[in-house]
Ligand binder design. Structure first.
Ligand code: PGA
Length: 260
């Protein structure tokens, strides 16, 4: 695992945007896995700003989002379809039909989950998967005790997750109970992974992910098994790590080391 610690949220976001930009530059026709949530809002704002400045293009990319709420149509204000359109897709040159999310309103959500997994495989897999981190250690909606071998499927959201996402819904009863989510094994198949975590509320989950045992209790700890996982943190999210001096030593200012 590469652990890059940046002084604040803005520099951490910019570091992840650099990694995305490198992947976009490196391969025409790359496939990217995308995340949602509050942490990603400034990241996508930065991608849009770079696009507007003529510094990057999404015209050759195919994207697969991690998850979507079961029962929500793409035009529902709380859906991740809407979130992605509003914060990223509508402001870039991504080609219509090349941005994929699971359909939350599919008549058979289980079949949709399996079809989504197959769609990713058909596209040749994911070159770079972007991840956020839940306060409870989840990645995508793989809640604690998710199988580390899991594939895209339906998960029941924890009360913690429902509370964290409640602000995106008008009424308590609108907050979904289930999501279609890529599994942990699906995520680990990505050729490279970059996880962004910012703020003190993520510090304990970050410590469990990076320095704890690999355990289904902290699904993000499965990233320790991935050969090319980069964890980008601001100082607050890094504040509960024990080997901080080492991470700074290997990656001064969150930059690449000589051998990375
Ligand atoms: P957040 O969510 O960015 O809104 O904190 C992250 C996550 O739950 O994966």
């Amino acid at each position: 695992m590469k652990v890059l610690i940046l002084p604040d949220t803005a520099t951490a976001v910019s570091r992840v945007a650099d990694i995305l930009a490198q992947t976009l530059d490196a391969g025409r026709g790359c496939t990217m896995g995308l995340a949602t949530g509050g942490t990603m809002v400034p990241l996508y704002a930065e991608i849009v700003a770079r696009h507007r400045a003529g510094q990057l293009s999404l015209a050759q990319v195919t994207t697969f989002n991690l998850d979507e709420y079961v029962g929500l149509a793409p035009d529902h204000p709380g859906s991740y379809h809407r979130y992605m359109a509003e914060v990223l897709f509508d402001h870039t040159d991504i080609r219509p039909g090349h941005a994929h999310l699971p359909r939350g309103d599919a008549p058979d959500p289980r079949a949709e989950a399996m079809a989504y997994e197959a769609r990713i495989a058909r596209e040749g897999g994911i070159d770079l998967q972007v991840l956020g981190l839940g306060q409870n250690g989840h990645i995508a909606f793989n809640e604690p005790t998710s199988s580390l071998g899991s594939r895209t499927r339906i998960k029941t959201l924890t009360d913690d997750t429902r509370r964290a996402n409640r602000p995106y819904f008008d009424r308590e009863e609108d907050m979904p109970r289930y999501a279609i989510t890529m599994g942990i094994a699906t995520i680990l198949e990505a050729r490279a992974i970059v996880l962004l975590a910012t703020g003190a509320s993520k510090a304990d989950a970050v410590a469990a992910m990076v320095e704890g045992p690999v355990s289904a209790l902290c699904p993000a700890s499965a990233l320790q098994l991935h050969p090319k996982a980069t964890i980008v943190l601001d100082a607050k999210a890094a504040s509960a790590l024990r080997l901080t001096n080492y991470y700074h030593h290997v990656h001064p200012d969150g930059q690449e080391s000589d051998y990375s």
